[in-house]
Design a protein around this ligand. Structure first.
Ligand code: ATP
Length: 299
């Protein structure tokens, strides 16, 4: 683990934004930060980058705090996007690439590849203010990765993008991971986090309420989802022991159950009642886990 967050607290006056956070972020993996608005994700990113100081605790990357002499190894997509509207894409990225010590030729080669990949190959000489919001976001992403950083921090990179652009960006993130970049990002899109991350942390009021590997988090949550479609009334299932909740839809129902044994009992109870079109047991989704854990901590 080269990125270590050790008992970090951040206070703004008397308000505690991050509260004794400890995390080991694995190398060359994608790590997701989830949490309701105001949970402390952006504050944590700013502390990792050394943009603001922790009130208590320490954050180190490869054994040292991050500071400006590591700029060429780190990429950051900040929550408050900031491009110069009057500059062209080319001028903007050349300027930012030069700040990271790259040669102009190399910047242009990389930039052209990224524009191809993001399906905007003719945008080199367009002014930023002429671009749609989604395309500006892609340019901002390019500015964070143009120097091929080893550590990449992305604050809500998928917000405001249409599904096609979300897919393009997801593929870009996966490619960077394959190339050995450690990626830390925040998102409110559970399905995206589920697709990309092996490791994650759910924050609430500045504290990690769940963290670890996605597989392990799902396993230890225990509960499972059971989807049943049948040609008869399934409402009686809500009263069976081990059924936590039931949602009825026009084509059947989704049950949250305590464990696999409950699904066996349900299957037995369905015998002889009529035609069963679907009976599917699934792992809990990250959305289920988030809602329960964040809900609990609200209580
Ligand atoms: N400079 C500051 N001064 C005072 N309070 C701050 C400051 N920066 C952040 N906060 C507060 O700290 C809390 C955590 O904010 P932060 O931006 O880290 O949350 P977040 O998890 O990134 O939220 P979101 O999902 O809405 O972006 C919020 O209540 C916010 O108002």
């Amino acid at each position: 683990m080269s990125l270590k967050i050790d008992l970090v607290t951040k206070r703004f006056g008397s308000f505690t934004a991050v509260n004794q956070l400890s995390l080991d972020i694995p190398d060359k993996q994608i790590f997701g930060f989830l949490g309701a608005n105001g949970a402390g994700k952006t504050t944590t990113f700013r502390m990792i980058l050394g943009l603001i100081d922790a009130t208590e605790g320490a954050i180190t990357w490869e054994g040292e705090p991050i500071n400006y002499d590591k700029t060429d190894k780190i990429g950051y997509l900040p929550e408050e996007r900031g491009l110069y509207p009057k500059q062209t894409v080319k001028e903007q990225i050349i300027y930012l690439g030069r700040l990271r010590g790259m040669a102009k030729k190399e910047i242009l080669e990389q930039l052209n590849q990224w524009l191809e990949r993001f399906r905007i190959p003719d945008y080199l000489d367009k002014k930023v203010e002429e671009l749609s919001k989604g395309n500006q976001q892609k340019i901002q992403f390019i500015s964070a990765v143009i120097h091929n950083p080893r550590l990449l921090i992305l604050d809500e990179p998928f917000s405001g993008l249409d599904p096609v652009n979300v897919e393009l960006l997801k593929n870009a993130v996966l490619k960077l991971k394959e190339a050995g970049t450690t990626i830390v990002f925040s998102s409110h899109q559970m399905d995206t986090v589920e697709e990309l991350c092996e490791y994650l942390c759910i924050m609430q009021h500045g504290k990690p309420i769940v963290h670890g590997s996605l597989k392990e988090i799902k396993r230890s949550f225990g509960k499972k989802n059971l989807f049943i479609h049948a040609d008869f009334d399934l409402s009686y299932l809500a009263d069976l022991q081990g059924v936590v909740s039931q949602k009825v839809t026009p084509v059947g129902c989704k049950l949250q159950i305590e464990d696999e044994e409950v699904s066996q009992r349900i299957l037995e109870s369905l015998q002889g009642k009529g035609f069963i079109r679907k009976f599917e047991l699934e792992e809990p989704s990250l959305n289920d886990i988030f809602i329960e854990k964040v809900g609990e901590s609200y209580e």
